[in-house]
Design a protein around this ligand. Structure first.
Ligand SMILES: [Zn+2]
Ligand SMILES: [Zn+2]
Length: 344
């Protein structure tokens, strides 16, 4: 039994292939090597193995930077995808190639790491709401800082947890990248938000959020400020989407009250996900509007920021890579029910 669903935010078609998904344990629980590490650059005591920190929380007054005593810590990535100034040779501009055939841009931008726990074995699900709120707040503050960089047009905050999600270091951390060109997914979403506004005089996400509250079948966790649900056209099994109820363009514009409220719904949802799947690989991605050349968010009238939790319980195969379709064997309504604690 299968059905096609389209994601209104991206236009992506998803095949919900429900043949095997009537059980929550369809995917084997993932586990990690829990051997203590002494050579981890993100563990307390090894601060001299990272770049100089730009921010830290928890260290007593008077204790020097780049030493122990912190509970969260941010610093530029040692191996940045993009650099703040002058791109490094030999990747200088290729003057001999015509731009219309070989478009290029300098690798300018920002790339930082936020280590959110001193515990090497922790995971996003180990965070209590207060800690998660601190993490979201530092990401917001770094996003504000990144958006001031003259070359940054898009800021992405994300978590790679576990090898299947692209994590190269096991120590829990998030990353934030400010990129000089707007990525295709943000272009697509921006266009679809604008088109919906033109056609319906409303925000697409505001309408979706209201419709999900009304339907109730895909809801996972809600409060005054947030609606968390399993998206209609989830492309990953056990995918979750968290939408702020106040229309806003970006993480950088979120209030402290909103971030505290996000942590209150996100923390238990992550704990519930981990209760089913052990220590699953996952990505958390925060999607925001693009930044105009003045370093401010673009007009907030159409884009509505949001946070995705993308468990990596299965791998995309040839049909998916080759077409952009995805096949998801977990029915979103079932996933929402299980995450709400309803078995059966
Ligand atoms: Zn570590
Ligand atoms: Zn909206």
């Amino acid at each position: 039994m299968s059905m096609l669903r389209q994601d209104p935010l991206t236009g992506r078609w998803v095949i919900i292939a429900a043949g095997r998904s009537a059980r929550p344990n369809e995917f084997p629980a993932q586990t990690r090597d829990k051997t203590p590490r002494t050579d981890c650059p993100f563990c307390p005591g090894n601060e001299n193995e990272t770049t100089d920190e730009v921010w830290a929380l928890g260290r007593p007054i008077g204790q020097p930077a780049n030493g122990p005593g912190w509970r969260m810590r941010a610093f530029p990535n040692m191996y940045p995808a993009l650099v703040p100034t002058d791109p490094v040779a030999p990747f200088g501009r290729d003057e001999g190639s015509p731009d219309h055939l070989f478009p290029q841009a300098a690798g300018l931008g920002r790339h930082e790491v936020v280590v959110y726990s001193t515990d090497h074995q922790a995971s996003p699900a180990a965070l209590e709401p207060e800690q998660l709120a601190e993490l979201l707040t530092v990401l917001r503050d770094r996003a504000r800082d990144f958006s001031q960089h003259p070359d940054v047009r898009y800021v992405s905050a994300f978590c790679n947890h576990g090898p299947e999600a692209g994590a190269t270091l096991g120590h829990p951390h998030m990353q934030i990248i400010g990129a000089p060109e707007v990525p295709l997914l943000a272009v697509t979403k921006t266009e679809r938000f604008a088109k919906y506004k033109e056609d319906h005089s409303q925000c697409l996400m505001c309408d979706m959020e209201a419709a999900e509250r009304e339907a109730g079948t895909r809801l996972i966790a809600t409060n005054e400020h947030w609606t968390g649900y399993a998206p209609w056209a989830s492309r990953f099994p056990w995918e979750m989407l968290f939408v702020p109820r106040r229309h806003g363009a970006s993480l950088a514009r979120a209030t402290g009250e909103e971030l505290n409220a996000l942590a209150e719904v996100l923390a238990p949802a992550l704990k519930s996900l981990f209760a089913f799947h052990g220590d699953p690989s996952l990505n958390i991605v925060i999607h925001s509007a693009t930044i105009d050349s003045a370093g401010q968010d673009e007009d907030s009238s159409s884009y509505h920021w949001h946070l995705e939790v993308l468990p990596r319980l299965s791998r995309p195969a040839g049909f998916e890579v080759g077409t952009g379709y995805t096949i998801n064997s977990a029915v979103p309504e079932d996933v929402a029910r299980w995450l709400r604690g309803e078995r059966g």
